[in-house]
Structures are given as structure tokens and as C-alpha cells.
Design a protein around this ligand. Structure first.
Ligand code: AMP
Ligand code: ZN
Length: 459
């Protein structure tokens, strides 16, 4: 097998990756909380997970990919106070919590499909695994890691010597200056394992438990479900970087206390997509989703290409200009590859250079530049085609499926396209964008390459 290196957040270093079990890799990714649509930042994280999986598959491993759906227990405050996001979402949408979970989980899966993200082997919902979570908490209770309060059962983080190692938390410092709101907790880093339904609260999602009626805390679902599907110690656990200090720290604490492992051999985190220098907030409702990009006339895979241009461990600042540039480049790549015709033999030197980059902590920007070198090289077209299609097993841009479409463009659309071209010529980008949106409303996309503008019906 080839040598692969990944950055492990737990050890804070790039190190050699070897599966625990020969050529099989257990991969767990924290999935979405389904109280709203996913925003494009969330989707960047799932593109990262998909690239990771495709890279492992290119290396010849069979990947057992498990992903959860958080459909209960994620509270508005990380301090285990506040309301369950699902209950709030249910009031906002007018759907009951169960219907709403189904609705947004389906919308999320459809976004993944549009982005050519491969489905996990197992999707697991927190509400389908309440018993596993109760059993996990019972085990922690027997081992002396829990205490009750009037609002729930809490994990006693001081019983673990190395609590917070993943995030390099300074727990001693926290203790000295513990002014953070603690709620019912004894210590600032303790967290809820089970929350009681309050007497004056009408919850839609609640279950009986040895401690009383209520619902599981957010972190326990991932410890319980990953153990259920992948075992107590598996290869890679991933998610977005915001999970490092709380969610993943607490998953590790629970599993370490109950099973004596740090849960996963590698902890990998995707950095954020930023907009206007601020984090985009799903709970505020003020965010861009994949559909917003489609409404503006972009194909979903233009967003995927855009994400490939940044390393997963760098923040990426979203702008329409850079999405537009990514789209233009992608269209050039598609049409060039299309014109090459049939695929022949793969260029081994180009493939090795490509793999060197992706196996070195998923360096997709470098891998993309190898693709562009290949395109500009003197290799025969058939070799270029075969090699690029091989790269696309990781890029996931569906290069093989692209073809130009000859369609009749309605006059009104053509008029807007011409106006847009004129606006671009005088660099009136705002007007050009407005025109793109109007063209999209009429069911067409516009794609610019260096030499031409292509108009296509939106799929
Ligand atoms: P949530 O649905 O809020 O549980 O988040 C789903 C995933 O998206 C988690 O792995 C988060 O870490 C990740 N995430 C949240 N915001 C962003 C962002 N702006 N950029 C990239 N990933 C994000
Ligand atoms: Zn999780």
C-alpha cells in the first residue's frame, strides 16, 4: 500500500496513516443538525469528508463510512442550557419535530447528491439509537463518571486526567477563572448526558430512562453510535473545526471513561467557510444554501470546484467573484476534456505526482495544479483524457458525464445574455450578477470561459 499522511488534530501533527484493520478503514463524520437547511459552509465540511473518503479509496482501502443525523438534543447554548434546536425549528416551520427532521435530512441528502458527495454506508439518526445512548450513560454511571442535578445527568470531567487534550484546553486555568455560565454543572467543562423534560415543558421528543423522562445530550449520540457501527476504536473521526473544543472533546471524554480509548486513531477537521469575515449562522436563518447558488445560475459542481481550490485546513472566504472564477475555470476544464475524445492510457508520471499531493494530507489545490499542467502538457489527448478521468475519481467533478448541449435559447434570455456581456465589458459586476439571476429565473445558466459565454438550461 502507498504511504499516506494526514494531519491528526489529537497529536497536532501530520503523521503516517495506517488502518487499524488491514485494508479496511472505519470513518465517522458528524452529520448535520436537521432543524434547517444546510448552508454552504456546512457543505464545505462534507465535501472535505468526501475528498478524504475518495482519497482513501484511491489508495485501495475499503471505507466504512458512518454519518449521523442529529435530530434531538442539540441545544442552543453549548453550556447545556437553552432550548433544543429541533423544538425551536418546529415552531418556526409549523412542522412537528419528526416531520421537520425528515424534511431537512432529505434536503441535506439531496444537496450531497448534487455535489457528487458519495453516500455513507450507514446513516444513523440519534432518535433511532436512544437505547444505545442510555446503555452508554448507564455504563458511565456505574464507573462513577456521572452526577445528577435537577435538570439532568452530567458527566464529571474532573475525573479524567487528560480531559480536553484534543483542544489543548487549559482546565486548571478554566477552574481559576470560572466565570463562564455554568447552569446546573458543578464544573465549567462538565456536560449533560441526559436532560430531563421540565414539568412545564411540552416536548415533542422525549423518552423514558432510568433517570426519568427526557432526552439525550448532544455528544453522547456520537460516542454511542460510532461504537455501535465501527467499534470502540476506529480509524478516523472527522467534522468541522468548531467541534474541537466541545463536541469532540466530550465525545472523547465519554468514550475514554467508558471504553478506555480515545475513540479514533485520527481526528481530522475541516476549516470554515467564511462570509463577510463572520461565521455564517444556521440558527440565525441568514445564510446561503446550495439552492441560493443555483438560483444565481451556478451549477452545484462549480461550488465543489471552488472548494477544491483551498486546502481543507485553511479557512476559505466566500465571494461571488471567486465562485464565478471557479465556475469559469471548471467550464474550461469540461469543454477541453470533452474535445479530447476517447480515453487511452494513463500517464503514470502525472498520476504519481497527483497522488503525492493527495496522499500528503489531502493537498487538493496542488493536485488541481497538476491537472492543469497535464492539460497544458504535450501528452496525447487520449492520455490526457484517461489521466484526468482518473484524477476525477477524487475530484468528483463528473468530467466523464459532461457534454455540451445544443438548445434553442429564447429571445428574452439571449437579450439578457447580451446585456450581461456588455455589463461585464464595462466591469459592472453588480449588474452582470443581477442579469445572471434573471437568466436563472428563466431557467438558464451562463458560463464564461476565456473565449466564449455558454448558455445552458439549468438541470
Ligand atoms: P450542524 O448542522 O450545525 O451540526 O453542522 C454540520 C457541520 O458543518 C459540522 O461538522 C460543523 O462543524 C460544520 N460547519 C458549521 N459551520 C461551518 C462553516 N462555516 N464552514 C465549514 N463547516 C461548517
Ligand atoms: Zn458528533
Amino acid at each position: 500500500m502507498v504511504r499516506i499522511r494526514f494531519f491528526d488534530t489529537y497529536e497536532r501533527e501530520v503523521r503516517d496513516f495506517e488502518p487499524l484493520n488491514r485494508d479496511e478503514v472505519g470513518l465517522y463524520a458528524c452529520g448535520p443538525t436537521v432543524y434547517h437547511y444546510a448552508h454552504i459552509g456546512n457543505l464545505r465540511t462534507y465535501i472535505f469528508v468526501d475528498l478524504l473518503r475518495r482519497c482513501l479509496e484511491m489508495a485501495g482501502y475499503t471505507v466504512h463510512h458512518v454519518e449521523n443525523i442529529t435530530d434531538v438534543g442539540h441545544l442552543t447554548s453549548d453550556a447545556d442550557t437553552g432550548e433544543d434546536k429541533m423544538e425551536i425549528g418546529s415552531r418556526r416551520t409549523g412542522m412537528n419535530a419528526w416531520e421537520m427532521a425528515e424534511f431537512y435530512a432529505d434536503a441535506f441528502k439531496s444537496d450531497l447528491e448534487s455535489l457528487n458527495i458519495q453516500s455513507p454506508e450507514v446513516w444513523c439518526k440519534a432518535t433511532d439509537h436512544i437505547q444505545e445512548q442510555i446503555d452508554f450513560i448507564k455504563d458511565l454511571e456505574q464507573k462513577g463518571y456521572t452526577y445528577p442535578t435537577k435538570d439532568g445527568i452530567y458527566f464529571n470531567s474532573r475525573k479524567l486526567n487528560n480531559y480536553g487534550h484534543l483542544a489543548r484546553l487549559d482546565t486548571a486555568g478554566l477552574k481559576a477563572g470560572a466565570r463562564v455560565k455554568q447552569g446546573e454543572r458543578q464544573f465549567v467543562t462538565d456536560f449533560a448526558l441526559w436532560k430531563f423534560s421540565l414539568p412545564d415543558e411540552q416536548r415533542q421528543m422525549e423518552w423514558d430512562s432510568p433517570w426519568g423522562k427526557g432526552f439525550p445530550g448532544w455528544h453522547i449520540e456520537c460516542s454511542a453510535m460510532s461504537a455501535h457501527y465501527l467499534g470502540d476504536f476506529f480509524d478516523i473521526h472527522c467534522g468541522g473545526m468548531d467541534h474541537i473544543p466541545i463536541h469532540h472533546t466530550n465525545e472523547i471524554a465519554q468514550t475514554e471513561a467508558s471504553r478506555g480509548t480515545r475513540l479514533a486513531n485520527f481526528w481530522m477537521h475541516g476549516y470554515f467557510l467564511k462570509m463577510d469575515k463572520a461565521r455564517m449562522s444556521k440558527s440565525s436563518g441568514d445564510f446561503l444554501r446550495l439552492q441560493s447558488l443555483l438560483d444565481a445560475g451556478y451549477e452545484p459542481l462549480a461550488y465543489r470546484y471552488y472548494c477544491l481550490t483551498a486546502h481543507y485546513r485553511s479557512e476559505l472566504s466566500f465571494s461571488w467573484e471567486s465562485l464565478d472564477a471557479a465556475n469559469t475555470t471548471l467550464q474550461r476544464l469540461y469543454s477541453t476534456a470533452f474535445e479530447w475524445g476517447e480515453a487511452g492510457d494513463i500517464s503514470i508520471p502525472f498520476l504519481s505526482r497527483f497522488q503525492e499531493h493527495i496522499f500528503n494530507d489531502l493537498n487538493l489545490p496542488r493536485a488541481l495544479s497538476v491537472a492543469w499542467e497535464l492539460i497544458r502538457s504535450d501528452e496525447p489527448d487520449s492520455v490526457k483524457k484517461a489521466t484526468l478521468l482518473k484524477f476525477d475519481e477524487v475530484f468528483g467533478l463528473d468530467i466523464a458525464g459532461w457534454e455540451p448541449i445544443d438548445v434553442l435559447i429564447p429571445d428574452e434570455v439571449q437579450r439578457l445574455v447580451d446585456e450581461r456581456l456588455a455589463a461585464r465589458t464595462i466591469k459592472d459586476w453588480a449588474l452582470a450578477d443581477q442579469l445572471r439571476t434573471r437568466i436563472a429565473e428563466l431557467g438558464f445558466s451562463v458560463e464564461d470561459s476565456e473565449t466564449a459565454t455558454t448558455v445552458r438550461p439549468l438541470s
